[in-house]
Design a protein around this ligand. Structure first.
Ligand code: AKG
Ligand code: FE2
Length: 223
């Protein structure tokens, strides 16, 4: 893993915005092969998620943590490397960053490819989330990570459109955010392309318990 920047500027940016983008965290020689491996595993073992709750739609393919640990140790090693946790600790100013004990949701491969596929607006259950992207999306492709940094749903004010950040996936880049403070979604896929992201969860030791039934909500297939 390349040395991740933990300069004062990165820490300050994270403190102010609640997120940080780092490019080229995996060597260029590995990017294509990691993308192909992710797509092969998703094809062979991924579950199709199809859920509609009110107006909100969740539609994508997912490979969960147990499968990644068993079938793709190199990616699991990336998640579990001590360097990654140390970096998250430094940038966020939080001690006791751990691996998630819920292996199923600790690390996933998400694949979206068909027009209309979307990952609805949500908060993550725990800080912190690192999203590693293994594909490039063109502007006309859709599939941006969109988010409102420092959103607080308890406040009566909904965030305004101006505050919405759009991140267009670039292969090899990583977004670190506090998913409990960044209200986020994947915008709808507009043009067919393989969009591959690897969400990884890094709880801080003192963080709250996960809501019950969250895994079943996220991963049970639609009937
Ligand atoms: O793929 C992405 O860009 C975001 C995925 C996400 O928010 C999640 O898995 O919780
Ligand atoms: Fe998320």
């Amino acid at each position: 893993m390349k040395v991740l920047p933990s300069s004062r500027a990165s820490k300050e940016r994270f403190r102010k915005n609640g997120y940080l983008v780092v490019d080229k965290v995996i060597p260029s020689g590995l990017r294509d092969s990691w993308k192909l491996t992710a797509l092969r595993i998703a094809q062979d073992t991924g579950r199709s998620i199809r859920k509609e709750v009110g107006n909100e739609i969740l539609r994508y393919r997912v490979v969960t943590g147990e499968t990644i640990r068993d079938c793709w140790p190199e990616l699991y090693d990336f998640y579990s490397a001590r360097e990654l946790r140390s970096w998250i600790s430094e940038v966020t100013g939080t001690e006791g960053i751990t691996l998630s004990s819920h292996l199923q949701s600790a690390i996933n491969i998400n694949v979206l490819n068909e027009p209309g596929e979307v990952y609805r607006w949500h908060f993550d259950a725990e800080p912190y989330t690192a999203l590693l992207y293994l594909s490039d999306s063109e502007p006309a492709d859709g599939g941006c990570l969109e988010f409102y940094p420092n959103a607080n749903l308890e406040s009566s004010q909904m965030p305004t459109a101006q505050e919405r950040i759009k991140f267009r996936p670039r292969c090899g880049s990583l977004v670190l955010m506090d998913g409990t403070r960044c209200y986020h979604r994947v915008s709808p896929i507009l043009r067919r392309h393989e969009r591959v992201s690897i969400p990884m969860v890094f709880p801080a030791q003192a963080s709250q318990a996960r809501p019950e039934n969250l895994d079943s909500y996220l991963y049970d297939q639609a009937a």
